[in-house]
Design a protein around this ligand. Sequence first.
Ligand SMILES: [Zn+2]
Length: 357
Amino acid sequence: MANPLTPDVLVDPVELTRALVDIESVSRNEAVIAGHVEDVLRKTPHLSVDRLGNTVMARTDLGRDQRVVLAGHLDTVPLNNNFPSTVVDDLIYGCGTSDMKSGVALALHLAATLPDPGYDITYLFYEAEEIESKFNGLALVAEARPEWLIADFAVLLEPTYGVVEAGCQGTLRALVRTRGRRAHTARAWRGVNAIHAAGEILRRLQDYRPRTVTIDGCTYREGLNAVRISGGVAGNVVPDECVVEVNLRFAPDRTEKQALEHVHEVLDGFEVELTDSAAGALPGLTAAPAREFLAAVGAEPAAKLGWTDVARFAALGIPALNYGPGDPLLAHAPDEHVEIGKIRDGAATLHRWLASD
Ligand SMILES: [Zn+2]
């Protein structure tokens, strides 16, 4: 198939969004889109290009003082009667329009049309963000080609509806267990009921007052919630075990270790078993390229409450934030769409920030 990412399309981020949406790339099926993106970048004289799996990296090497990363994932969630794209008035509908081919289009448009940016730029178009983290292109790059990620600042073009969403909260899951002794319910006094004992866990969660933390002007709201509960043996047995699964969403001023200590504190006296956790990321808005980026956007940043790939950059000591034209509330929705005006605004903002004059 001929490459639909022609020079005419590359100069127009709106046309480019449509062209990218119309290349099907559900996770694990990114070979075709990665091939077309790689092909375009290799024909761009001011970039050097490399590829790992279905992740494509392109970079300028102009000897600038600072380097920034612009990154976006090429994959989408499964199609849902929303392929190929359609346009209605000012809206482009289709799978991946918001999350995040409109963002990828901005990066690819800049890569093709900005030969002399004020910073050196590394562009990353990566695979498999929407599925298990072992397939995640950024994670694979961090492992196999960590030098591709070296930069002073990174922007992930995930949908934020044109707002800067900085840092991200961490997340931790744990099992909280109560134990009892089995007995026939006809002689319940011979047993100890583990489900009743879980009442105290639920009471503490009910009474819990989560913190609100402001860092670099971004307000993070924590939460500690029971997300699952299991226990019980049979309709006539006093249960000997009950397990409450809890999920803590924590502000990025806590480490994973401190977050776990906090859960132990809240549920003091109970058995707590950590099942998984992921660190948050500080907003890092004090770095010079970040400050200039905020000035170009011209609006206050907001805190990112969910966990995102910015944490992968933060883990390497690189401040990172999310900024993209899509509406995050439409991501993964059957009526997913993006506003053409938001794509044009995003392109203008990034040009303002990155153009060297
Ligand atoms: Zn996404």
